[in-house]
Design a protein around this ligand. Structure first.
Ligand code: HEC
Ligand code: HEC
Length: 175
């Protein structure tokens, strides 16, 4: 069962399970203690998926999105980000266990389709619509919204509070 959940074959089941409040579904099956597994998996996740950009907090996308991302790493936004099967299994388990719940927080209004980009979430777009192009794509130190940590000083720890935003070349955000 856990294999199916983790690899997204039963992606809609994940969503249904979360909806019913059955948290910890994919934790319940481990051959090791959940605590240790989470730690080792989290380290591997941060190492592998933090190499080209910040290791995005897992809660910012639903499990279904992470499953799709993990099964298409050979063509990852124009890059090859493939990892070994063993590494992929650990990362997938980590992301699935810590994924966001559709409909809540940043995943508000995200329903059926699993988005592949955090930067395309309705919540994200709304929060950033006052940030002008020249500070992002026109800013050599930022390049794109995908570089959360260029502006959010504490993105690494999952803190995106607008009070800790500092845009390179422009300074603090004051709205
Ligand atoms: C070889 C470099 C590389 C590695 C390694 C890599 N990525 Fe990426 N990733 C990219 C690029 C390039 C983009 C697109 C960035 C942009 O549009 O500016 C991206 C974008 C993303 C996005 C969408 C961000 C957005 O715009 O909202 C997610 C989610 C993501 N990566 C997850 C992962 C995960 C999970 C891993 C680890 C399995 C990973 N990445 C490893 C290069 C990489
Ligand atoms: C070019 C700089 C920049 C980049 C890159 C950027 N942000 Fe932001 N972000 C901002 C600014 C500025 C605000 C505050 C906007 C406002 O309140 O008008 C903000 C607000 C937010 C908020 C709302 C915070 C609050 O206190 O309400 C979240 C959540 C957030 N960003 C997440 C992200 C994530 C996740 C990424 C990467 C995928 C990202 N941001 C990339 C500049 C940026």
């Amino acid at each position: 069962m856990a294999g199916y959940i983790r690899y997204g074959v039963a992606g809609s089941f994940i969503v249904a399970a979360w909806g019913l409040g059955l948290t910890g579904v994919s934790n319940a099956s481990g051959t090791y203690s959940a605590g240790n597994a989470t730690t080792a998996e989290a380290v591997v996740y941060r190492e592998e998926c933090g190499a080209c950009h910040v290791a995005y907090p897992a809660r910012l996308l639903p499990a279904e999105s992470w499953s799709t991302i993990m099964t298409t790493l050979d063509d990852h936004f124009g890059e090859n980000a493939e990892v070994s099967d063993e590494t992929a299994a650990m990362i997938s388990a980590y992301l699935t266990d810590n994924a966001g719940k559709p409909g809540r927080g940043m995943l508000k209004r995200v329903k059926g389709d699993a988005p592949l980009r955090i930067t395309e979430l309705p919540y994200f777009v709304r929060k950033h619509d006052e940030v002008p192009e020249r500070m992002v794509s026109g800013n050599a130190e930022v390049g794109s919204f995908s570089n959360c940590n260029a502006c959010h000083q504490r993105a690494e720890s999952g803190d995106f509070d607008e009070d800790s935003v500092r845009i390179p070349g422009y300074g603090r955000w004051d709205d």
